[in-house]
Design a protein around this ligand. Sequence first.
Ligand code: F0G
Length: 471
Amino acid sequence: MTTHKYRTMGQQFGRRSWAEPWKIKMVEPIRMMSAEERQRALDEAGYNTFLIRSEDVYIDLLTDSGTSAMSDRQWAGLMLGDEAYAGSRNYYHLEEAIRKYYGYRHIVPAHQGRGAEHLISRALIQPGDVIPGNMYFTTTRLHQELAGGTFADVIVDEAHDPSSRSPFKGNVDLDKLKALIEKVGAKKIPYVSLAGTVNMAGGQPVSMANVKALRALCDGYGIPVYLDATRMAENAFFIQEQEEGYRDKSIAEILREFCSYTAGAWMSAKKDNLVNIGGWLAVNDERVAEKARNLVVVYEGLQTYGGMAGRDMEAVAIGIGEMVEDDHIRSRVQQVRYLGQLLLDWEIPIVEPIGGHAIFLNAREFYDHIPQDQFPAQTLAAQLYLDSGVRSMERGVVSAGRDPRTGDHRYPRLELTRLTIPRRVYTQAHMDVVAESVKIVYDARRETKGMNMVYEPEYLRFFQARFRPID
Ligand code: F0G
């Protein structure tokens, strides 16, 4: 983008690296434990990386959720927290930031993304409804089901194929959606649940052309489109880079245009918004806003804080402004790509194209000798931790849970282990260490066996399930 400034020097040295658009002001020490200590920690955690203590982790790639490093401006913003029960000044800053950058009219704060998912699901879904979406997300689908709805996947087929290099694998398949509407009737579809960069598909984006066409199709049936905006700024980067006509548009302009095709959005501020906790729901329809405001006081908190402290809302408001800076988002996605490219160079199977927030190791191919009901992706996460203390997460059969009707495992085509990169936290050297550990585990793959599940909780089992390696 700004390479022309350096052209002379770049040509002289024959290379031109990029660097993070920030410098480090405060550090948090981390340490690598011995192999014996890691083995003990993993045993105690039932081979589930969610159950390992953070102190026992060397490089933590469990999630990009709530793990961002805040900027000096955001930390300064914390001191401006107005902790009044009602009408906090920070709420109005947040409202202003969401209106400016996302463009929605009515704002309802929530403690985090799933709080907002609960509100929108309860406000819009009637028992027996069907909610189409571009692949499920765990908490999103569960709230839709708890409200009496059934989720229907209408993502393009390529999304389920880890080797397809199609640039917009997050797109909605409009023919699938149309067929579904014709089958169940528009009255049974309260909204389309669209996610920007689809987490479970590998952080894959949705194109502007797709959201425009989706909106046109849905308008014909009177169905609104609601957006999971959790990683929508990253989605905007892919549009800027890959989609005809957007090269010269800013991330802020692209985000605003994309949102303009939707009726509202829910948000886990713990991702794109660069904070450690928070969320919100934002809608244009006053009636929907009223329902959500009625619910928020029951489940989250007053409509001007929704479970967040005033200082948290201030940090979100500032984070939204930083999120849309082109240099920020470019360095964020490029760091993910840097790690992915190291793995591709070693021919380690990952989901391609490389997505916005994480590298997804294709555990099905990585451990092609381990059947899916012996949890290859969970096994891979455990092996990585054992090798180096790098913490990753399963996104496969354990995350997919059981079919509520049959009680059987759901067997998703994607059996993935996610190396999720926190925003502004780790350096390129950390990425090198991670890649080398994956390589070592890959080289030992043939000797690795799968696992049995020895404890299974009722909801969102991946968080608390326990496993034992097969001898
Ligand atoms: N939607 C998406 C696409 C998400 O990735 C998440 C959270 C949520 C909604 C729920 O938000 O956690 O603030 O309640 N994803 C995290 C992850 C947990 O690790 O991918 P939340």
